[in-house]
Design a protein around this ligand. Sequence first.
Ligand code: ZN
Length: 251
Amino acid sequence: MSRKIVSPGLVLREIPVKEKNSLLTVLTATDGLLTATAYGARGSGSSLASGTKLFHYAEFVFLESRGHYKVDSVQCLEQFFGLSHSVESLAAASYFAQLLYDVSLAGESDAAVLRLALNALYALAQGKRPHGLVKAAFELRLMALSGFEPELEFCAGCGSLERVFFSMPDASAYCQNCAIPRKSAGDRIYPLYPAALDAMQYILSADMPKLFSFSLGNEAAENLCFLCELYVREQMGRSYDSLEIYHSLCN
Ligand SMILES: [Zn+2]
């Protein structure tokens, strides 16, 4: 007996395999990460051709048999065409896909993470917002959704409202007085600009459709991007080759 799963899903990985098949990793709404073979998807005229490419969002019907899944049918809902107009956006999207793969689990659906992923890809594809800010907002919100929300309301040392440093190991903001001894002791503590702090708090609380609707001056934007990227690295405990590619394209 085969089990049927019907769910919308976002293709995070697409690996060509023999005989024009594709091995897909899909972030599904109902079953979290799911790996499935799309038989014949790379053949001309295949009904599976649309919806099974990297970054396609589609309504899938999967059939499971003895622990193996195959794509039975698919209806593409969104292809994020605009991603192909900018190599930087495409590289950022590849990085997003790797991060989503790392924070998501098989069999555990997370509607909020999928919604964030779709909104972030949409913002990149549209190209109306700077890709650096889209990336920073995606990184921070994804970390918060994954259980790593930083403490920004007060100084973590004394409770004061002055917050001008961010500690990576503590995932917390600090005032000048509390930060200095920690910095002297060798803690990785970084300046936190007021506008970057406001942006971080906005990113953590904004309604999803408005998540990317903020702007920042150059220095604050640089500070935000630096902190959010480092924060991901701290929490995930690894580096990403797609991120190196993204930076090589932006320089
Ligand atoms: Zn303090």
